[in-house]
Write a protein that binds this ligand. Sequence first.
Ligand code: SAH
Ligand code: SF4
Length: 453
Amino acid sequence: MNVSDSEVVASILARDGYTPVNSAEEADLVLLNTCSIREKAEYTVLQRINEMNNLKARNKGLKVGVLGCMAERMREDLLEKKKVVDLVVGPDAYRTLPELLEKVGTGQKAVNVLLSREETYGEIEPVRLGTNGVTAFVTIMRGCDNMCAFCVVPFTRGRERSRDATSIVRECEQLVRDGYREVTLLGQNVDSYKWRPVQSAENGIVDFADLLEMVAVACPTLRIRYSTSHPKDMTDKVLAVMARYDNICKYIHLPVQSGSSEVLKRMNRGYDRVWYLERIASIRRHMPDCAISTDIIAGYCGETEADHQETLSLMEEVGYDMAFMFKYSERPKTLAARKYPDDVPEEEKGRRLAEIIELQKRKSAERTAGYVGQIHEVLIEGVSKRSNDHLYGRNSQNNVVIVARQVVGGKTNAEGSRSLKPGDFVRVRITSATAGSLQGEVLDVLNHQPALA
Ligand code: SAH
Ligand code: SF4
């Protein structure tokens, strides 16, 4: 999400004559796009801000700005306590960057952290940053209205608003023209995407399932992913659309947070364990080959050992392909911070998290081992970190797959080359697996992703 926001910022600044450079050392302006989700994320940013002092000592003209959630959350603090910061801009105020920079240019500090109910940066065509030329992100909505008790997002990123569906489709079509092969549609809760075409009240509302289908049909050669689904809102209509189109990846990120209904209630998540497991069953009914990943929080307020055991048993039952796992970190202003004591001792949080991570490692390894011998379609993204002779890509289920760069036999790619390159679609027989990745042997080079099931 922050990558996608940075690309919008780069586009706004490009109109003002700025161009991206490769390192902070070469820059006249450094903008740190920040996250407040956990204290650790903020700590990392504060360290980065301190590092800027050295850069400024070497380059007196350098200006430093803080963007995103921390800007919104810590505005005065940042400007007063961190002298190195010239500019503080919240996630809905990026259009005002040119004026703010003008003010900074006269030696003043500048700040705009106003949140908006309308801003979606809908028509702004992002400048792709640090891109591999193959995969890209497109933001479909901003903010969040859910008020999960632990979460700072509704305070830092404001109310939920959906972007104009036609501008989303247009951006995806442009990606295809620019040679991209995969898009990830982004929102905090994509299942509550809602957009009403202005001209045609009779056409009714475009929901997420409709949007997904619009993109799948408009861009048949583009692979489509999305994130994040919310268990309380994920509909069978979305699952049916996913099942219908081969160019929509069979992968769902469905954060559970906890396996205990009691804890889920205190988290204000809007579902219980039974409901969540029913959603998992529905995914499996619609798409038996769909991979599922999750987010889990260990040691939330009032979490007992029995609650923790319920999280482990749910993980055992679902068998996630992958999980992001966190210790609970109290965030200012949230309902949990106001209402519930952060009462699970740090050490206990650590122990529970370690158990969760250990179990997930085993489950990931089981899932990937099950893929050995299967044939998967893989989109090549880049050169493997370990070896120049190998490339990596992803299958539909979002596993990293490593293959040899040279294809053997008479196979060639679209350009007639025997050497694979990023952007190639290949059919791969999976030959071995670790918990983190798969290795495979290329059977065919496809010219593009097949479009319809
Ligand atoms: N919108 C997404 C997730 C946004 S934040 C959703 O609703 O699922 C990403 C993840 O960070 C969350 O799913 C949660 O697991 C974690 N997280 C959020 N706030 C947290 C906190 N205060 N402490 C620990 N983890 C947190
Ligand atoms: Fe935070 Fe919940 Fe919104 Fe996700 S759905 S961003 S966890 S409030």
